[in-house]
Design a protein around this ligand. Structure first.
Ligand code: HEC
Length: 188
């Protein structure tokens, strides 16, 4: 009995020491190009999916009409396209992040799903508002309004459907952002 208890205490001390030694001298994957740890994606996504499911917002407070989809496309072009790419034009660095930023206008293999069109808009809204920790996905609840976050979420939920031509031109990257307002010159 005494030896078992002694063994358990030793294991409790050695396990964190081994972990520290691995962090210090081991080849812990810290580079984007390093291979993933076993089951890394599955483990992190279980936690994310559970949290989103618990806090899933209800129905969008706005309609997926032409005005909202086009406004969503403008938000997408200005805030999201750098990482997630335009329609038919992948981001130059999105795939070289860890985890990679998925192409949100790319059709899934062997299905009609485009990007996150299979997720309810509320799920995308949660991810846009809160971001995804330890990935490059930012939280936009400070920089975008609630309406803008719903507009871009509705746009992505409709990525597998025909979109208004104005919205399509924007997500194809054919329409660049409006030129910035000229600087205000302060008179001395
Ligand atoms: C700086 C890069 C970056 C920007 C800018 C960015 N994202 Fe992301 N996004 C990511 C990364 C990386 C992931 C992958 C996270 C993961 O694997 O858990 C991601 C994940 C997502 C997901 C989940 C995808 C899935 O398959 O479940 C959605 C939806 C999303 N982003 C939407 C947006 C929207 C909308 C915007 C703009 C308002 C945006 N992102 C801006 C990097 C970015």
């Amino acid at each position: 009995m005494g030896r078992i208890v002694f063994g358990m205490i030793l294991a409790l001390i050695l396990a964190p020491l081994a972990l520290l030694a691995w962090f210090h001298w081991g080849n812990v994957p810290v580079a984007v190009a390093d291979p993933p740890l076993p089951m890394e994606k599955q483990i992190t996504h279980v936690a994310l999916d559970a949290r989103v499911a618990r806090e899933l917002p209800g129905n969008p407070p706005i309609q997926a009409d032409q005005d909202n989809l086009t406004a969503g496309a403008e938000v997408y072009r200005d805030q999201c396209s750098a990482c997630h790419g335009f329609y038919g034009k992948p981001s130059s660095f999105g795939a070289h992040m860890y985890p990679g930023a998925p192409g949100l206008w790319v059709k899934h293999k062997n299905s009609d799903v485009v990007g996150v069109s299979d997720d309810p808009p509320g799920e995308t809204y949660w991810k846009v508002a809160n971001g995804i920790r330890l990935t490059g996905m930012p939280s936009f609840k400070v920089t975008l309004t609630d309406t803008q976050m719903w507009q871009v979420s509705l746009l992505l939920a409709n990525a597998d459907k025909p979109l208004p031509p104005a919205a399509l031109a924007i997500i194809r990257g054919e329409q660049t952002a409006a030129p910035p307002a000229p600087p205000v010159v302060q008179k001395p």
